[in-house]
Design a protein around this ligand. Structure first.
Ligand code: NAD
Length: 485
């Protein structure tokens, strides 16, 4: 493929006038596409298009909006293989995972189609009348997403916003714009013009123009805490609501009564390596109880050494490459820092080469024995690197599990229900999985405690974030207010 993409506004791709930036195959370095480097002008046009489309879109019934979301889900499903292959090349993640991303996105379009219909306000009789609380969409929502799971991220923003009756201007990440722009082609066949607009570009150009735009009524951001703060400040300056989904450094806790250790090893490896560790949810701090530590870690190391590092487009690959050389060097830097701070390298730790994909940045699945205060256990690495931490005192382990600035997810493995539930209650995390990881059924609230974010996505309550509540009070007839003397 070698194509060009302008901004997608009013269901049309604009001709490219100014500068472009390339999409490159993260494994081979092959040039995939040229993409318009949009700025304030295109953002302004997209916001105007979304504003013009808003009254008509809001006026549709929830059933009518739901019907179009269901059509989008079907269209993505019909194109899933093609879109997954685009993502695999664009961001370097293995194609089988990228297909799952699209399946997850499809689930969200369907979930919010159903949710829109059941998203109700409330009402109650009052003396001589009635009180109603009605949910109304904000208007134009500005959404900004990262590169790691572009299909999921686009659906996380588009589905609830339009289900609730808003219109959208979405800025994809500059490292992962192609599949989102391809989504635009499907949107153009289904939605009225202007309901969903996609403006590619750099964060500090198109992104900043979107967050500063005076006609954007709500901001939704997923990405790093650093940029999340910038977006929150921009929203604060204009006093518009901002929802944030940010980073994570999630604990995965193995109790001595965890049961089938091979199954737990599989789960904890999946938690750390899925998405090549480039997941905000990744279970990157593995707390293993002293009683089973040696056996468990031996099994983990053996498992990591069986992982086949290979090309993203090869379905037999277990672990593909990172998104860029910059990200790869950053990950290796963290491994070096871990060793310098006293962590013991148990396996991996090096760049791997994949024949024919020498351009790509592949890193061996890496495991370090660490303590919770080390940099590798405190900072989000966003690569295939796991810190294993030994524990024996429950209270100390729990304090350490919570002793991190993030609070996105956590895993617990035990056959003792009481233990599991009490630990789940005490963990500072928006998502706690017991005896599994990444267990995200449709409707599961997805959001972070502490610096992992503000708001919950993927659940019925998400529609509250995309609507404001209006009270309408009705008296059956005017009666004296007993004010005037
Ligand atoms: P990033 O914050 O660098 O970029 C995210 C987006 O913000 C991109 O589209 C970028 O262009 C844009 N951006 C950058 N500067 C901007 C500015 N000044 N104004 C407006 N927009 C700007 O994040 P990243 O490196 O692409 O993604 C990795 C981060 O995302 C990790 O921290 C990860 O944990 C987080 N993440 C969180 C979730 C979640 O749901 N919690 C999901 C995926 C990724």
């Amino acid at each position: 493929m070698n194509v060009t993409y302008g901004a997608f506004i009013n269901n049309e791709f604009r001709p490219i006038k100014g500068e472009t930036f390339p999409a490159i195959d993260a494994g081979t370095g092959e040039h995939l596409a040229d993409i318009a480097r949009c700025g304030a002008e295109e953002i302004d046009d997209a916001v105007e298009a979304a504003r013009a489309a808003f009254p008509g879109w809001k006026a549709l019934s929830a059933e009518e909006r739901a019907a179009l979301l269901l059509k989008l889900a079907d269209a993505v499903e019909a194109n899933m293989r093609r879109l997954a292959l685009i993502d695999a090349r664009d961001i370097g993640r293995k194609v089988t995972e990228c297909a799952l991303d699209h399946q997850f996105a499809i689930n969200q379009y369907r979930y919010f189609a159903a949710s829109a219909i059941t998203h109700e306000g409330w009402g109650r009789p009052i003396p001589g009348g009635y009180l109603m609380a009605k949910r109304e969409p904000y208007g134009v929502c500005g959404a900004i997403i990262p590169w790691n799971v572009p299909a999921i991220m686009a659906a996380f923003k588009i589905a609830p916003a339009v289900a609730a009756g808003n219109t959208v201007v979405l800025k994809p990440d500059e490292h992962a714009s192609v599949s989102t722009l391809e989504l635009g082609k499907l949107i153009a066949e289904i939605f009225p013009p202007g309901v969903i607009n996609i403006v590619p570009g750099m964060g500090d150009e198109a992104g900043a123009a979107l967050t500063a735009h005076p006609r954007v009524a709500k901001l939704a951001f997923t990405g790093s805490g650093e940029v999340g703060r910038i977006v929150a400040v921009a929203g604060g300056q204009r006093l518009v609501p901002v929802s944030l989904e940010l980073g994570g450094k999630s604990p995965n806790i193995v109790f001595p009564d965890a049961g089938n250790l091979d199954a737990v090893v599989d789960n904890t490896s999946f938690a750390a390596m899925y998405c090549n560790g480039q997941s905000c949810l990744a279970g990157t701090r593995l707390f293993v109880h002293d009683d089973i530590y040696d056996t468990f870690v031996e099994k983990m190391v053996a498992g990591f050494q069986r992982i086949k590092v290979g090309p993203a487009t090869d379905e037999s690959t277990n672990l593909a490459g990172l998104v860029s050389e910059r990200q790869g060097k950053r990950v290796l830097g963290y491994i070096e820092k871990g060793v310098a701070e006293g962590a013991r390298l148990l396996t991996g730790g090096q760049r791997a080469t994949v024949p024919g994909h020498e351009y790509g940045y592949f890193i061996e699945p890496t495991m370090l024995e660490a303590t919770n205060d080390m940099t590798i256990a405190q900072e989000e690495i966003f690569g295939p690197v796991l810190s294993v931490i030994r524990w024996n005192d429950y209270e100390t382990m729990l304090r350490e599990a919570n002793d991190v600035r993030y609070g996105l997810a956590a895993g617990i493995y035990t056959s003792n229900l009481k233990n599991a539930m009490e630990t789940a209650d005490r963990l500072e995390a928006g998502n706690v999985w017991i005896n599994s990881y990444f267990n995200l059924a449709s409707g599961s609230p997805f959001g972070g405690f502490k610096e992992s974010g503000i708001g919950s996505e993927y659940c019925h309550e998400t529609l509250n974030m995309y609507t404001h509540l209006k009270a309408i009070t009705v008296q059956n007839e005017p009666s004296a207010a007993w004010f005037l003397p």
